[in-house]
Design a protein around this ligand. Structure first.
Ligand code: 5GP
Length: 139
């Protein structure tokens, strides 16, 4: 995949407000925050989609995400928050480098969500489950 603005942030070519860094993970304040403390957590590995990440990067993010979320909540004073992780342009991903948004929900500031639920039928569940289970077996 091609270079994105986040590679430039990782290399220091573009400045950012750094929140956290370890061997595999980097976190910094979002330049267009939805609320105070809105933070982006990214793997140093250059991948566009979550499912493309190596186990090593995935585990490294899983290990630190709750810790960074605790710091964001403590610093912002928020109690509620959303973790948002977009994959693909149709799913609102703009920067094609995996990233997790940590977005404090403070009064009206934060993430707004349009949610139009359907109704799960046993027919639909059976069909999709069969395909998911074979996909899981394939790895
Ligand atoms: P996406 O829509 O891809 O999930 O979100 C990308 C996020 O990256 C946006 O919230 C946007 O504000 C943030 N962003 C884009 N460019 C920069 C930048 O140069 N610096 C920082 N700190 N954030 C950026």
């Amino acid at each position: 995949m091609s270079e994105t603005i986040f590679d430039k942030i990782l290399s220091g070519e573009i400045p950012c407000y750094k929140v956290f860094e370890d061997e595999h993970v980097f976190a910094f304040l979002d330049i267009g925050p939805l609320s105070v403390g809105h933070t982006l957590v990214i793997p140093k590995e250059r991948k566009a989609f979550l499912h493309e990440l190596s186990d090593e990067s995935a585990a490294a993010i899983g290990r630190v995400l709750p810790r960074i979320a605790r710091a964001v909540m403590k610093a912002s004073g928020a109690v509620d928050y959303n973790i948002l992780q977009n994959n693909g342009a149709r799913a609102h991903q703009v920067v094609m480098h995996v990233h997790f948004h940590i977005i404090p929900k403070i009064a009206k500031a934060g993430l707004g969500i349009g949610w139009n639920p359907g109704q799960l039928t046993s027919e639909a569940a059976t069909g999709i489950l069969e395909r998911m289970h074979s996909a899981l077996e394939e790895g």
